[in-house]
Write a protein that binds this ligand. Sequence first.
Ligand code: ZN
Length: 363
Amino acid sequence: MGFVNLLTMAKRFTGIIAILLLLRLTTASASHEFCDARMGYNVVGCGGSDSSSRRILIKGGTVVNAHHQEVADVYIDDGIIADVKPNIMVGDEVTVIDATGKFVMPGGIDPHTHLEMEFMGTDSTETIDDFFSGQAAALAGGTTMHIDFVMPVNGSLSLGFKAYVEKAKKSCMDYGFHMTITKWDDTVAREMEIMVKEKGINSFKFFLAYKGIVMINDELLLEGLKKCKSLGALAMVHAENGDAVFEGQKRMIELGITGPEGHALSRPPLLEAEATARAIRLAGFINTPLYIVHVMSIDAMEEIAKARKLGQRVVGEPVVSGLVLNDSGLWDPDFNIAAKQGLISFPFSSFLVLLFLSLWSLL
Ligand SMILES: [Zn+2]
């Protein structure tokens, strides 16, 4: 459930500047309009691509970049922005999109999505959006690329990759893959090498939480960090102390607290901070960069800020839902509302301080 909520929030907001998106000044567009306009390539979900989509001129819009804005044309050749300047002349073979009176601005990259994901490897719970519906929603919100996490199949990275290539055939925009590591052994280590060298995946997520399911201990995390370093890949961690979370869950059950509020009470921010600090120090010990996914607590953020100030290559991932929501929804007397609004791992925290810290320490 948490992943669904996270995704629903995350995909509606932009992240890092990427490629140009034609932003309408009117209200949100329906997904099919993006297909009609042939935005993106590999538009299988839109009914296939054709050669006329390879050269596009976006004409007469106000081009907005980080440093300035100007009325100009944007010429795109086979998915690459080839020129940005006023009055570009093209032949009949180029598809011209009139952007007069509209902004033409960079789209966003959402670096953390879980489309059509079988939660915890089971087929009983699956995230609600697939590679078409999720991408269509993202496009409507201004995100033009995303990076999804491939889940291994029975621990096999190759089988997981194959399954996700299949799922992604519905795609209507650009995407990339991270790989989630759900167990650790020599086969996984070998397959990581194949993913990097042959499949274009160069970031791997390790779980310090979800004890007994996908959690790895420090010994195996060190192995994973070393492997990432040797491959030039980026190590990512879900940083919560899984042993302590398990203890917290047992405590909640003993106290008879079995509603959604028990989720937050069982995994307080200090457990996120502990795992974040530990992962940062172990990555520092191995001397490899570290990316910490969905940072939610102030304590964890302070650990990241401290490490960055000391010059360590650590990235904390802010999550929009974490910046604008807190965990109060978990206490809603209506179970459906409580479960829908607040169940996410890590739990939401105090958003105002998070916002301040994220702006000054992370971004
Ligand atoms: Zn995730």
